[in-house]
Design a binder for this molecule. Structure first.
Ligand code: G6P
Length: 368
């Protein structure tokens, strides 16, 4: 009923709107400008943290894309060697697990069969396992050595939205803790980053208010059947997540590529019926991505850009610009994912799709 959905027509819309609160709750009590405290379910001491050399992140679906974002921030904030894989591959690989390896399993439900199997494999090899999940009583939560819970509340829509936001929050807390307590980050920088993270829930709420702009873009582009999503750096996993959301709920074909890799294949698909959705915040890779936009434009693809406030150059390159507030590069995924979730939602609604329960998909995949 509408009451259960707080007046929103779908759970997905309600859950998108809850993301500021979800992020605030996930950070609450765990982060201050003097340190990170992951709580009583994480049992690490200083010697363990300093002994680490490697970290492996393992997940499926949207949770895997959260891990791809985390890979980038862990590389930036720590000296660890970071690996990320999807659980259905990782569980069958000849991975090397040592006393210097932390394995992190990210699963909204805590019940995804491949993720659970990957965790059991690492345990059998003697590895230390951290679970990040939204469900306290889940199988993953019960089986791991250490547990970090999202505080997202139940997610009903099959397409994950608010739990992705919670996962980003939890993974950034992890990265900051490791960087801070291992001494990879200097304390002044760590404290500055903590402040940046603490401010994010407010910024997320400001972005959510711009939904009307995204809806207008969806009205203009909902008739297309193929999209190419592009991004680099922190925006590459967000392009992947944006394309996944569009596929899942609107059944529109959407492929995502690292912008620099476009010329190695997908550029052959570009023509006026294939819009390019580019995630291009003003960051260190902005000019690089812009040159890929020019290449796509030369093939007459309509360009839709998710770009920063104040970026005037993009107006000359794109057919449509969805604006996001400026923010520090490493925090941009929290901001840029929102218009992509909203875009998928509005396109699905305009195309008359089911939204909360898309065909062929399950909220949690408990068989291999
Ligand atoms: C299914 C859901 C996705 C989710 C994925 C992983 O495919 O439809 O929304 O991202 O499973 O689920 P998990 O619970 O492990 O995060």
């Amino acid at each position: 009923s509408m009451a259960e959905k707080d007046g929103y027509p779908h759970y997905m819309a309600k859950e998108i709107h809850e993301q500021g609160t979800v992020l605030r709750s996930t950070l609450k009590g765990r982060l201050s400008e003097s340190g990170v405290d992951l709580g009583d379910d994480v049992h690490w001491d200083g010697d363990f943290l300093r002994s680490l050399r490697r970290i492996n992140l393992v997940a499926c679906g949207t949770s895997y894309y959260a891990c791809l974002v985390a890979e980038r921030v862990l590389e930036r904030w720590t000296s660890l060697d970071v690996k990320v894989d999807i659980a259905s591959e990782y569980r069958y690989r000849d991975v090397k697990i040592g006393a210097d390896t932390l394995a992190v399993f990210v699963s909204q439900s805590g019940e995804t069969a491949d993720t659970l199997a990957a965790q059991r494999k690492v345990r059998s090899l003697g590895g230390r396992c951290l679970g990040i999940t939204n469900v306290r009583g889940s199988t993953l939560a019960r089986e791991v050595h250490d547990l970090l819970l999202l505080k997202a509340g139940p997610e009903i829509g099959v397409a994950a939205t608010k739990t992705f936001m919670g996962q980003l929050g939890a993974l950034y807390l992890l990265a900051l803790k490791l960087g801070w307590e291992r001494g990879d980050l200097n304390p002044v920088e760590a404290s500055r980053l903590a402040y940046g993270l603490l401010k994010l829930p407010y910024e997320v709420e400001r972005v959510l208010e711009r939904d009307g702009d995204v809806k207008a873009a969806a009205e203009r582009f909902c008739g297309y059947d193929d999209f190419l999503f592009l991004g680099r750096g922190f925006s590459y996993p967000i392009a992947l997540e944006g394309a996944l959301k569009l596929k899942e709920i609107s059944y529109v074909h959407a492929e995502a590529y690292a912008a620099g890799e476009m010329k190695h294949g997908p550029i052959a698909l570009l023509e006026p019926n294939v819009p390019v959705m580019v995630v291009i915040p003003k960051d260190g890779l902005y000019e690089k991505t812009l040159s890929n936009v020019q290449e796509a434009r030369a093939r007459k693809s309509p360009i839709v850009a998710v770009a920063s406030d104040g970026d005037d150059l993009i107006d000359q390159m794109a057919d449509w610009v969805i604006r996001i507030p400026r923010c520090e590069e490493c925090f941009s995924p929290f901001i840029s994912v929102i218009p992509l979730q909203q875009f998928a939602y509005h396109v699905a609604q305009l195309r008359g799709c089911e939204i909360d329960q898309p065909r062929n998909l399950a909220k949690s995949v408990t068989v291999e």
